[in-house]
Design a protein around this ligand. Sequence first.
Ligand SMILES: [Ca+2]
Ligand SMILES: [Ca+2]
Ligand SMILES: [Zn+2]
Length: 430
Amino acid sequence: MAACVNKSSSSSSSNTATASPSVDRSCSNSPSTNSSKKAAHSNSHLQLRKEEGGENTSILEEPPQLSPVDKSREHSRGSSPLRNSLHNTNPQSMETCFSSFDRDGDGFLNYAEFVVLCRALFRNERDKPYPVEPKRLRDMFDTFDINKDGLIDINEFELCWQKWIRKIVRPVCCLVVVDVQNDFISGSLAISNCPAKHNGEEVVEPINRLLDTVEFDCVYYTLDWHPDNHVSFYDNIHLRKLHGSSSVKTGEEASLFDTVVFEGPPVMEQKLWPRHCVQNTWGAKIHENIKIVEGSPFIYKGTNPEVDSYSAFFDNYKLSKTALDTELMNKGVTDVFVCGIAYDVCVGKTALHAIELGYRTIIVDDGCRGITLEDIVNTKQEVEDGWGAVVQSDEVKPMVQGRDRRPQLGYKLAMELRKQIKRIEEENHI
Ligand SMILES: [Ca+2]
Ligand SMILES: [Ca+2]
Ligand SMILES: [Zn+2]
């Protein structure tokens, strides 16, 4: 488990935190952004597109449809050129898509044409369009109108196609199963004793059902994995000095679940939990009924005695980072689905870090159980505020298959691309 904890410096951790790894590398290495800028000024190229577009519009009586793409090898794919284009990696499919939505055939997508595209893109599994706020549509349009001339040309569309549409239609999906360990279910920190009185064992059925029925591209299991002398254990309070700012002044005064401030360094707030998930004990084991997908990695967190770690990505003070982000980045993961225990602690912090790192993030609500109802509500709200989604387990499959395409997740990806474009532009100006 030591190998899973990357002791990176705090400065490199925070760099990573502000970057957008899932699309960053591919975007900054991609010729598309640079070529977009150059070619936006190429009149002969635009002229060519105008002629091609003109020919195509006459056959487009109906609004073009972006087809649902079923990754589970569904055979009936229909014959629409647009539908085919989404399955095709050759450059022609992009041009087919572009000209299908360029309804007036002028070689550009104007805002109204882009709105039609979004209506085709953001649909539920029954092919019904999701409503999208005009402000969000405008933000997304502005993201892809890189030269700000109020139109998306074919070169700007290349970025839109490669980095946005294709990823929305064919997301790379990871399920992160957070801390479904004995101590949180029936052991020393059983959440059934906490205010929400949740039964942690209830996450087993929906999680196993997801694992049995949904083709995730990868699955990760996280484990709270503490050494004996861990800072979060109430009975270890005498091992460390309390800071002057701590409202609890002495170890004797402290009660279970109090929040104290330790002197450090660094000075850090810490909630005092009962001793739990001690490495290599029964309490730290994953619940015996949870299905373990063969070859799926375990991510161990909270291994440093001096700092607690709720999230599967970073410890609570971002002093270190686990291998999870790098692994997801290497796999090209776009969408992170999170479930497990405890909803308002480790699940929530994992989801919020995934959002911060640039992933489209989805909490599987019925695959989570938590500590307090109020904090669970707040967790959901924070995830939704970050353009993540909170869904039920039976909604997951069509999302993973790219048949249910949520606007807030598309918006999130567009905003990540916008940050990257801005960064590349700034670098080019320097
Ligand atoms: Ca047009
Ligand atoms: Ca433009
Ligand atoms: Zn812990």
